[in-house]
Write a protein that binds this ligand. Structure first.
Ligand code: SAM
Ligand code: SF4
Length: 326
């Protein structure tokens, strides 16, 4: 098992399959984003090897993200390989859903269990403004395909002031009255070139709760407020679904953090909001043995930072969100 020096057992790896994306969400990357050459990204066999090593170190939950994981070539085969790796118990994906229409069933057949699908508003015009060129109807098609394929579904919405902080939030929360889904609102976090925009547009959990309760009635805490992963969960009266808040800015959950991230270019990122990374790509390509790579991973995990430094104005500038994998 892999522990950090604060006694946290780190057993959840989020893997960015690519830095590329078929959208350009305003809170995630600049419109003129440049991407890395494919040769600089972890290749399929390198990814499969790292997943095997991480699972050998006690990691049992893996989430594929990006960029947009579904634009990675061979994504279905990659999922099948990872799902068949001994020790991999939970395999999930975070996606914008655009390609799920044709990929949901093959991914489910390959062993994917859950999808978190990003949908920040139900309004087609605002969706286009937030994503710069997306069609919300394509996401709906993806959600329906995921449902038909039997994948467990959560919906993610990042809330941005003056874009989707009003009736959009209420419309999304209302879905939980009819669907057994978790709809989760994410506080926008600051990264790289987009940090000023992000910091000026944050909408906090407290404000969101007030907006939702004002329109739809009381939000009752689920599980006495104990976090579900990183989300605090609530329910509307009589609702089959749940409303979650992921509030890294106003209510950080660093004490219970059990995750590490693998960037598409093969760096072990120890905290989403800290620049510290451990290079796995160089030793991997230089012919390191499994034992040598395991030792590098374990040492990196040991030095995982305690928490982020946003309260002290320490903002990660070296990468934007899509390069790390949210
Ligand atoms: N492309 C996929 C998607 O959008 O779901 C996966 C990658 S995306 C980087 C992962 C998650 O991060 C998404 O839910 C997205 O909304 C969220 N995200 C992106 N930029 C963010 C930011 N600045 N603050 C908080 N969440 C962000
Ligand atoms: Fe692409 Fe996801 Fe970033 Fe939007 S949030 S630009 S869909 S990686």
């Amino acid at each position: 098992m892999a522990f950090d020096r604060f006694g946290r057992n780190i057993n959840y790896l989020r893997i960015s399959l690519t830095d590329r994306c078929n959208l350009r969400c305003v809170y995630c990357m600049p419109e003129d984003m440049t991407f890395r050459p494919r040769s600089e990204l972890l290749q399929d066999d390198e990814l499969a090897r790292l997943v095997r090593l991480f699972s050998g170190l006690g990691f049992h939950k893996f989430r594929l993200t990006g960029g947009e994981p579904t634009v990675r070539a061979n994504v279905v085969q990659l999922v099948a390989t990872m799902a068949a790796t001994p020790g991999v118990e939970k395999l999930a994906m975070t996606t914008n859903g655009l390609l799920l229409d044709r990929l949901a069933q093959p991914l489910a057949d390959a062993g994917l269990q859950r999808v978190n699908i990003s949908i920040d508003t139900l309004d087609p015009h605002k969706f286009k403004k937030l994503t710069r060129w997306g069609e919300v109807e394509d996401v709906w098609r993806g959600i329906r395909a995921a449902e038909a394929a039997g994948l467990e579904i959560k919906l993610n919405a990042v809330v941005v002031r003056n874009y989707n902080d009003g009736e959009d939030v209420v419309d999304l929360a209302r879905l939980t009255l009819y669907q057994p889904w978790q709809v989760r609102f994410i506080e926008m976090m600051p990264f790289g070139d987009v940090a000023d925009f992000q910091l000026s547009g944050v909408v906090t959990q407290a404000e969101l709760q007030e907006t939702i309760a004002g329109a739809l009635g009381e939000l009752r805490p689920v599980n006495q407020g104990v976090l579900d992963g990183e989300a605090s969960l609530f329910q509307l009266d009589g609702a089959p679904g749940k409303i979650g808040f992921i509030s890294s800015i106003s209510q950080p959950f660093c004490a219970s953090c059990n995750r590490a991230r693998l960037t598409a270019d093969g760096r072990l990122r120890l905290c989403l909001l800290r620049e510290k990374e451990v290079d796995l790509m160089t030793p991997l390509r230089a012919g390191a043995t499994d034992e040598e790579l395991e030792a590098i991973i374990k040492k990196g995990i040991w030095w995982k930072p305690w928490g982020h430094g946003l309260a002290q104005d320490v903002i990660p500038l070296n990468r934007v969100m899509s390069e790390i994998g949210g």
